[in-house]
Every structure is written in structure tokens, then in C-alpha cells.
Design a protein. Structure first.
Length: 314
């Protein structure tokens, strides 16, 4: 039986400027697929309309091109698939696998700290499970717009990650029923990423290990929806010189700021390659380093980025 063509994806979110940590994950995802002659899809995860910022889509594309990354086929915006994603959520409701939830974050936090004893950290207490027959009855009874939560059954979910090894989690006990739509009617991340990965035929998901903890929820959904399970590779994060994880508020370490400071993208690409254990020179394009990619060389610990390690290009 012939091996499947590897299909990866780059999935930036246009909620702020991309930083060096994003660059490292995207480069490794790109090298992993390109080194095997596979296909790269590009998806903009723009469903969180409250956080999407004007001009950030163009900034994301500009940053990827500055790094020397390309992709195959058209750009997919998750917002363009909103109806399809909501259709999956509503089918789960009809099948009795999801239910309306009108709880606010404050109410959930208060329930978690109630005097009858603490619940496991962050576990949804199941307040709305079995309370409402459908969305409309939840609206009438509460006067609020409901979200949809997936009804999670007890049992250990096992995830095999090429870097992190095996992760075992009883999602019902450690997370609880989790949202698949938000109260403002948007598909939630856990559902959207699973359904869109399947839609794009993704066989490998390489991303930062800050998302490792949520992977059992995605694996649970894949099993429930009968979807193919990709290979997962969660790479350690890039930290700043103080040992803090980078975030989109670190504008000084954004790719846009580095570009504005005259940094040669070839120098950044090579620094990121060396941070992943690849024997890169001081200056080369992403395409020139494809043959060096070796997943076994990627360190299992976070890396520190000091912008002083780079000098402006000429």
C-alpha cells in the first residue's frame, strides 16, 4: 500500500503581529513537509472576530513571504467556512452529543470555588448538562445567547506526539464538557481546527507545545466525528532573554520590527534552524536548508532568543 502524501499546514491567526516563536514553528512545519516533497496548506484562523485586527491578514502573509515560505493552493480563511463548521456543531447537538450552555465565565469560576469542595482546576462543572432541550429553550429560560458544549464521556484519550511522546488524559475528568461554539455564535477553536484539518487533508500538525494540552480534546473530537488522525509534532517554545514566552504583545520581537530594523531574513532563518539542531550556516534561505531538516535533532526544551544574536543585513 503506497504511503500517503504528507500534507501540512501553516495556520497563523490575524490577531496581532507574528513573532520569532511563530517563525520557528512555521519554518519547521514547512521544512518537515517540503523535505518529503509534500503539500503545504495555508489557513488563516480568523474566527475570533473580537480579536482579529485590521491589516493583520496582510501582515501575516508579508511575514511568511519574508521568511521565504510558500504554500500550495489558495489561502483558506476559517471565517469563510463558518456555516460548515456551525453545521457540524449543530449536528452534534441533534445527535445528543452536545448541549446548550448559558454559563458565564464568572459563574463557572464561582462554581469551581464553591464551598462544597474544589473541582479539578478549570473543569467545567456540568451546570447546563441536561437543562435545555434546544438552543431556543435555553434562550427563553435564561435570556442569554447560549454556547454549545460537547458532552464528554469518561475514558482516557491517548495522543502520540513525535517529540513529547505519549500523552494520556481523561478529558471528562481533567477538562469536562468543552465549548464547540461560543455564545456569540462562532465555532470554537477545538472544533474548527479539527474539522478544517480534515477538510484540508492535513496529515501532519507541527505547532508550538503550548497547544499540546488541548490535543486530547481534538483527538476526542476526531474519534467522535470519524476523522483521520494526523501525526502530531509539538515543538518547544521560543522564550525571551528573561525566560518568558513570547506573545503577540512582544512587538519589539515581532517579525515586522526585525524587518524594520534591517535584519536579513536569511540570518534569522539560519538562527532558527540552528535552534532546532540543524547545522545551518550564518546566512541562507529557507529553501536552501530543506535538505538539512531532521526531526530527531529538534531539542526537547525551550530556546532563548536574543535579538542581539542577529545583525542588520546589507
Amino acid at each position: 500500500m503506497p504511503l500517503k502524501e504528507p500534507i501540512g499546514r501553516l495556520a497563523p491567526s490575524p490577531t496581532g503581529l507574528l513573532h520569532v516563536g511563530h517563525a520557528r514553528s512555521f519554518l519547521l512545519a514547512w521544512w518537515s513537509i517540503r523535505s518529503r516533497g509534500g503539500t503545504l496548506r495555508l489557513r488563516l484562523e480568523d474566527l475570533d472576530t473580537s480579536r482579529v485586527k485590521p491589516g493583520m491578514e496582510e501582515a501575516c502573509l508579508r511575514d511568511l513571504e519574508w521568511l521565504g515560505l510558500d504554500w500550495d493552493g489558495p489561502l483558506l480563511r476559517q471565517s469563510e467556512r463558518r456555516d460548515e463548521l456551525l453545521g457540524v456543531a449543530h449536528q452534534l447537538l441533534r445527535d445528543g452529543r452536545a448541549y446548550p450552555c448559558v454559563c458565564t465565565r464568572r459563574e463557572i469560576a464561582e462554581a469551581l470555588s464553591a464551598p462544597h469542595g474544589p473541582l479539578a482546576g478549570g473543569v467545567y462543572p456540568g451546570t447546563c448538562r441536561g437543562q435545555y432541550a434546544d438552543l431556543e429553550s435555553a434562550r427563553r429560560a435564561s435570556g442569554r445567547e447560549p454556547a454549545l458544549r460537547l458532552q464528554v464521556e469518561p475514558g482516557v484519550v491517548r495522543v502520540r506526539d513525535l517529540l513529547a511522546g505519549e500523552l494520556a488524559q481523561d478529558v471528562a475528568r481533567e477538562v469536562g464538557d468543552f465549548p464547540i461554539t461560543s455564545r456569540d455564535g462562532q465555532p470554537a477553536y477545538q472544533l474548527a481546527v479539527v474539522v478544517d484539518d480534515a477538510h484540508q487533508g492535513v496529515t501532519e500538525v507541527l505547532r508550538g507545545d503550548d497547544l499540546l494540552e488541548s490535543t486530547p480534546r481534538q483527538r476526542y473530537l476526531q474519534e467522535l466525528l470519524g476523522l483521520e488522525v494526523p501525526t502530531w509534532v509539538h515543538v518547544p517554545l521560543v522564550l525571551d532573554v528573561d525566560g518568558q514566552r513570547l506573545a503577540k504583545r512582544h512587538d519589539a520581537l515581532s517579525l515586522e520590527a526585525l524587518r524594520g530594523a534591517g535584519i536579513d531574513p536569511r540570518c534569522l532563518v539560519c538562527w532558527l534552524a540552528r535552534s532546532a539542531g540543524l547545522p545551518a550556516p550564518e546566512r541562507a534561505t529557507a529553501a536552501e536548508l530543506v535538505a538539512l531538516y531532521d526531526p530527531a535533532s529538534i531539542p526537547r526544551e525551550a530556546v532563548i532568543f536574543d535579538p542581539e544574536a542577529l545583525s542588520p543585513g546589507t
